[in-house]
Design a protein around this ligand. Structure first.
Ligand code: A2P
Length: 336
């Protein structure tokens, strides 16, 4: 069995740390791990199993050193600058940033949905946006059965998706509330407005057309992964004061008619999906029970009576695990 050499770029970040945790849970044939971050974190130590690793500063030469694979989660600019260097030196990059996702030469992969796309990579494989990953896991088997005609996404996204600064903003808001009973004035590292006791209809930058980049990512990435470039999709993405797990209300119109029992049957048998849905017992997926899982949870499965062939779903997943780290490691496993 070959023993591979793997780099984690952005190893000190929220996703990078989770990548390391997920790698530790698996028994992969990797003999050498190297953990990179910016100059700020160089020299910090990280635990991996029984070993302690020293974080290295990522430089122009770092990835020239015979790496087989690199998991990148250090933002788009870092990926744009360093991923091509790694590829040039024979390394396959699995990139969690948005830098290459819509590049026609780069596959955008969710292993339960489009594993065959991995085959045409030319060095970089992109990990989709966290909100897209969980959505397409639920949508793909239904698209295969009934043909999706239109999607309306409304998301409720956790602060962990905004990295460590996003988490600090919620923690500081809670602390400030306890000490001052005032939710409006505290130092913000990430968001424009307080996230504690609030909902912010603004994730990533605003675009000329009034949408945010997060909304555009959900629309374009869903089309690319499902192989339906003209699919009608609209999205509203909202940051909510939840530490971890994104929730999504997904409204779907299908080409074909369906029975709700068939939808349930398809979702119950779909890879990576757990159906948690009993209105009688008031059972449905919520962030506090979904956190820590790699599966995508689907609840509130019900017909939309306002249109022909309409369906509503509530979809919850751990955005740092399935939405980022675990999905990247699952792609890596397919390559080993
Ligand atoms: P650092 O800890 O040195 O800042 P998060 O978004 O959760 O805060 O994580 C971002 C991750 O990306 C961190 O590991 C951060 O390292 C890393 N990072 C940011 N900029 C760079 C860079 N220019 N080179 C390497 N790693 C970077």
């Amino acid at each position: 069995m070959k023993n591979y050499k793997l780099a984690v770029v952005g190893a000190t970040g929220v996703v990078g740390q989770k990548m390391i945790e997920v790698l530790q849970e698996k028994n992969l044939p990797i003999s050498e791990y190297v953990f990179f971050a910016s100059k700020r974190s160089a020299g910090k130590t990280l635990r991996f199993g029984n070993d302690v690793y020293v974080v290295k500063e990522l430089t122009n030469d770092s990835l020239k050193d015979n790496f087989d694979f690199a998991l990148f989660s250090a933002g788009g600019d870092t990926s744009l600058k360093y991923a091509p260097i790694a590829v040039e030196h024979g390394c396959i990059v699995i990139d969690n940033s948005s830098a290459f996702r819509m590049d026609n030469t780069v596959p955008l992969v969710v292993p339960e949905v489009n594993p065959d796309d991995i085959k045409w990579h030319t060095g970089i494989i992109a990990n989709p946006n966290c909100s897209t990953i969980q959505a397409v896991c639920a949508l793909k088997p239904l698209n295969d059965a009934f043909g999706i005609k239109r999607i309306v996404y409304s998301t409720y996204q956790a602060v962990s998706g905004a990295g460590s600064k996003g988490i600090h903003d919620l923690e500081n808001g809670i602390q400030n509330y306890i000490e001052d009973d005032d939710t409006t004035t505290y130092y913000l590292e990430k968001f424009k407005y307080p996230i504690f006791n609030n909902c912010l209809p603004h994730i990533d930058k605003f675009l000329e057309n009034g949408y945010t980049k997060e909304e555009e990512k959900m629309i374009n990435e869903t089309r690319k992964i499902l192989g339906k470039p003209n699919l009608a999709i609209t999205a509203t993405t909202v940051r909510v004061p939840v530490f971890n797990c994104h929730c999504e209300s997904i409204n779907i119109e299908f080409e074909k008619s369906f029975e709700i029992e068939k939808v349930l049957d398809i979702l119950k048998n779909a890879p990576g999906i757990i159906v948690q849905d009993s209105s009688k017992d008031e059972i449905y997926a919520i962030p506090t029970t979904v956190t820590g899982h790699d599966e995508v949870f689907v609840s509130r499965i019900r017909r939309d009576f306002s249109v022909n062939n309409g369906l509503n779903l509530w979809v919850v997943a751990d955005n740092i695990r399935k939405g980022a780290a675990s999905n990247a490691v699952q792609i890596l496993e397919k390559l080993l």
